[in-house]
Design a protein around this ligand. Structure first.
Ligand SMILES: Cc1cc2nc3c(=O)[nH]c(=O)nc-3n(C[C@H](O)[C@H](O)[C@H](O)COP(=O)(O)O)c2cc1C
Length: 309
């Protein structure tokens, strides 16, 4: 009997649905037991989000500062396969998911274990995943597969629809004509197929070829423009702003609040003005960067860390 642990944190229930569909092939097998571990912060962030709170979560997300979590009782804590399912907040793992990875319990359960990462995101996740790859390696885990479910709409449309979703909690069509926000129901249900691929490879001890099979099944798709933009934005913009906000006191410090409020104006400007400009530059320079772009696509589709390549 193989024991699978599925760790996840979901606010809207989107990632919970993904996880449950992914796990179906394991649930339907007598050879597996599935343990779901719902990560819960002591102080909830609140969903749907309120405007200020959404931006106030920015510096701690970007600087990967943990929050306090409710204890999770996992019995003997010895699992054969771990699925770490997470959403991305500001190009970082969501604060509760990251907090779990930084916990003493994570040190105990990840050591020498095969790990699958399963993401439910909008469309910018490669920076977060690089950090997660590093953390799993530090915990002694072995990342064998990565699956990313994303919003398939065009970038700016997706920004409008995810904002509607996050601030109202509704997953219907904004104004009646925008596409539905987030990961589509078809993709959510389709994650059972990825579960099947993982199960087959695990059953047959073929974990080295798992990620290639997942890539073939389109479990991961790299958009080179988004990958380039997010790496630049995280390094040059996000870390600078988070440092600027965190220089002031805790969440109730009026000076921090002022800085967060300034950021609430800068953020839409960056998305609506700077990102499209970046797109134009990306297109202009793309023909001269084809080799680097191809290398990026290959690397970010995989599960290896740059240093261990
Ligand atoms: C504060 C916040 C920041 C987010 N930032 C990103 C991001 O940088 N990249 C991305 O692809 N999705 C981002 N999202 C979308 C989430 O990854 C996720 O798809 C959505 O919140 C639904 O997840 P849930 O199942 O936890 O409700 C963000 C969501 C929130 C709440």
């Amino acid at each position: 009997m193989n024991k699978i642990l599925i760790l996840y944190y979901s606010q809207s229930g989107q990632l919970t649905e993904i996880v449950k569909n992914f796990a179906k092939p394991f649930e339907n097998s007598d050879e597996y037991t599935v343990t779901y571990a719902n990560i819960e912060p002591v102080k909830e962030f609140g969903f749907p989000w309120k405007g200020y709170k959404f931006f106030d979560a920015f510096p701690e997300s970007v600087n990967r500062i943990p929050c306090e979590l409710k204890p999770i009782d996992l019995g003997d804590e010895n699992f054969d396969l771990i699925v770490f399912a997470y959403s991305v907040w500001y190009m970082s793992p969501s604060i509760p998911s990251n907090s779990f990875l930084l916990s003493e319990q994570a040190k105990r359960i990840f050591k020498n274990k095969p790990v699958i990462t399963l993401l439910g995101v909008r469309n910018m996740w490669v920076v977060a995943q690089e950090y997660i790859k590093q953390k799993i390696a530090e915990l002694g885990g072995n990342l064998i597969g990565n699956i990313v479910l994303r919003d398939r709409s065009e970038n700016l449309t997706g920004i409008v629809t995810i904002s509607y979703f996050l601030f109202t909690g509704k997953k219907d069509r904004f104004l009646g004509f925008f596409p539905k926000p987030g990961v589509s129901q078809k993709d959510i249900e389709g994650s059972a197929e990825f579960g099947e691929i993982v199960k087959n490879h695990f059953d047959n001890n073929k974990t080295e070829t798992l990620q290639n099979a997942l890539i073939e099944a389109k479990a991961v798709k790299i958009n080179p423009y988004l990958a380039t933009t997010e790496q630049m934005a995280y390094k040059r913009v996000f870390t600078k702003w988070s440092g600027f906000i965190l220089k002031k006191g805790g969440p109730d410090d009026p000076a921090r609040k002022t800085r967060v409020r300034i950021f609430t104006y800068y953020f839409p400007f960056a998305i609506l003005v700077i990102a499209p400009l970046e797109y134009v530059f990306f297109l202009i320079f793309a023909p001269f960067r084809l080799k680097a772009i191809k290398k990026d696509i290959k690397y970010f589709s995989g599960v290896k860390l740059k240093s261990s390549n």
